[in-house]
Every structure is written in C-alpha cells, then in structure tokens.
Ligand binder design. Structure first.
Ligand code: NAP
Length: 311
C-alpha cells in the first residue's frame, strides 16, 4: 500500500512516499481503508524527534493519528463492527499511523460515522475532539452555567471545545486573532477576545474552567481569572503545583486517552448538528501534500483543522 513515512527524524523533507505492507488485523482489530486523515501538532513534534524520549518508535514511521474510512477486514473476535462500516478513530498506533491507504484499529477505539458526516469532517475529529471532551467533561466536570475560557478557540482542539462547552450549557469566552472572529462566534461563543488587541486577564474574572492550549505565560495568567475550586486542564505543559495551591485550583496536564465510547458521543452530537468540523485547509495524499500540511501546522496559525483527503 501507499504510505507517507519518515525514515529518520528531521524537517518536513523527511516525509517521503514508500510502499508498505498492508496491515493484517489482530483478533480484536479491524483494518480500515482510509478515505481521510487530519494533521495535529503532535505529527510534526514526533517528526522532529521532540517526543523520542517519550514515544519509542522504530523506523520507518507512518505518522498520523486520525482515521476515517471503511472497514475492509475484521479480526476473529470483533463483535460490533463489520466489513463495509464507515468508521473513525484515534488509533493506538506505535508506528503504523494514518498517512496510509490502510491502517489497523482496535475495536474499542472505533465509532461509526453518522450518515450526514463526510469522511473529511469525521477525520478531523478523533484526536482533537476527544482531547477537548476529556479536558472539559472528564477533568473539569463541566456543568450548565459554568463560565469557561477556551484559549485558541480557532484551533483544532479549541473549536471543538467551544462547541462541547456550549452543548453543556456553559458561558464561553475564547481567545484568537481578529481574522477568526466571525466563524468562531458562529460556533456559539459568548465573548470573543482578540489576543492581539486585549489581554484576557484584564477582561475576565471568576471563571470556573480555563482550557489551556498554549502554556507559558498564558497558562500562568490563567490562574488569576479562576474561582477558588476552578479547573485548569492544560494540554501543553504541566501546571505548577505551587500556583494551583495558591489559587485553590484543580490544575493538571491532560494527555489524550483514545476511546471509542466517547468518540461515539461526539458522533451523536455531529449527527444532531451540535458539533461540526471546521476544515480550514485540505491537502492531497502525497509527500508534497503532507509536507505543506506540516509547514502550515508548524506556524501555530492554522484555521480549525487541516485535513488530508486520501480516497
Ligand atoms: N496533551 C494532549 O493530549 C494534546 C492533544 C491535542 C493537542 N495538544 C497540543 O495542544 C496544542 C494545541 O493544539 P491544536 O491542534 O488546537 O493546535 P492548532 O490547531 O495548531 O492551533 C492553531 C490556532 O491557535 C491560535 N493561536 C495561536 N497563538 C495564539 C494565542 N497566543 N492566543 C490565542 N490563540 C492563538 C491560532 O489562531 P490565530 O491564527 O488567530 O492566532 C490558530 O487558529 C498543541 O501544542 C498540541 O500539540 C495536546
């Protein structure tokens, strides 16, 4: 099968096309013929070798952590999925990812794609959408009426987080730059802060939850707008315990755990029209397409999600 791989760590030019063996499903796995995948910042962080201490991969590595496609082969012990099903997932891959025509996925990570959702829209969701869900629902126990600040609401994680928080009945503020104001507000945001013109720390107070997608000084200042007992999940760097104690805030680092049941909840929201993927950019399934997609993701200024159309 065709795949885009890296054979060593390095810049985007390490992404090359290579013929790779088509995967065979384990007992509890299916093989998915991929129609689309999407880009997440972890893709180029792994490509560069930034995470090599943490993730032990052998080369060649097929990067990519979002799958959307049709099941072609089913393992002996799979019970809830069959050949021909349209599915999506954040596969638990160690090195055979989704920049490929086929990938193997454990059954417990799969969800069906609703009929009204395209492969491209589905491929955008698993990693970013599940991260948003786990920060707001699992870590922060979000509830109706909560005041929630989502940093970088125009990003992959942020734009799903806005919609999940609104669905839970929260009051939602977000930061992004002015060029993203209009479409982000359409997702239901109550308060849009252009971070190039205003400092969120001067504008907001008494918040229940801040979702930190940026780290550094932004994370540090976020403590100051939270209520005692508030929640600060970060997906970029572990918050300081000392600051959390001083402010009486439940702060912690969240690392996504892939999960088919939670993805099914997101699928239901999509089916009902309560969760949409904003695809800001789409690229072809080729070494050049992936290189361009990585380039864009590395700017930290992509709009919504970057999707790769495979079939
Ligand atoms: N721990 C985990 O499991 C996990 C999971 C997913 C992601 N992550 C990490 O979380 C981070 C965010 O991921 P993502 O996929 O959402 O990234 P992304 O899609 O690349 O985010 C891009 C967005 O960030 C906005 N942005 C950039 N600087 C900003 C600032 N100073 N204030 C407000 N908005 C700003 C940009 O808006 P403008 O163009 O308007 O500036 C852009 O739309 C990444 O570092 C990623 O690696 C971690």
């Amino acid at each position: 099968m065709k795949a885009i791989v890296i054979e060593q760590y390095g810049d985007k030019n390490q992404l090359i096309e290579k013929e790779m063996p088509r995967p065979v499903p384990g007992d509890h796995q299916v093989v998915v013929e991929l129609h689309a995948t999407s880009i997440n910042p972890i893709d180029w962080k792994v490509r560069e070798g930034y995470l090599k201490e943490m993730l032990d991969f052998d080369f060649p590595i097929i990067l990519g952590w979002d799958a959307a496609g049709v099941i072609t082969d089913v393992g002996n012990k799979v019970t809830n999925f069959k050949a021909g099903d349209r599915v999506f997932a954040r596969p638990d891959t160690t090195r055979l990812g989704t920049y490929a025509q086929y990938t193997a996925v454990d059954e417990h990570l799969l969800a069906h794609i609703p009929e009204n959702v395209s492969f491209e829209e589905a491929a955008a969701v698993p990693l970013a959408g599940l991260t948003a869900w786990q920060c707001l629902v699992d870590f922060s126990d979000i509830k109706e009426g909560d005041k929630v600040l989502i940093h970088a609401g125009s990003g992959g994680v942020g734009h799903y987080a806005i919609q999940i928080a609104k669905n839970m009945g929260a009051y939602v503020a977000t930061t992004a730059s002015g060029k993203n104001k209009e479409w982000v507000e359409k997702l239901g945001v109550d308060e849009f802060i252009n971070y190039k013109e205003k400092d969120f720390a001067d504008e907001l107070s008494n918040y229940d939850i801040v979702l930190d997608t940026l780290g550094g000084e932004i994370q540090e200042k976020s403590f100051g707008i939270l209520k005692k007992g508030g929640s600060l999940p970060s997906i970029v760097q572990p918050p300081e315990d000392k600051l959390a104690d001083e402010h009486g805030v439940n702060a912690g680092f969240v690392w996504l755990e892939p999960d088919g049941e939670k993805l099914t909840k997101l699928a239901q929201m999509m089916e009902e029209g309560n969760l949409v993927s904003v695809i800001g950019h789409q690229f072809n399934f080729s070494a050049e397409g992936l290189q361009d997609a990585h380039d864009l993701s590395e700017t930290h200024h992509a709009k919504g999600k970057i999707v790769i159309k495979i079939k």
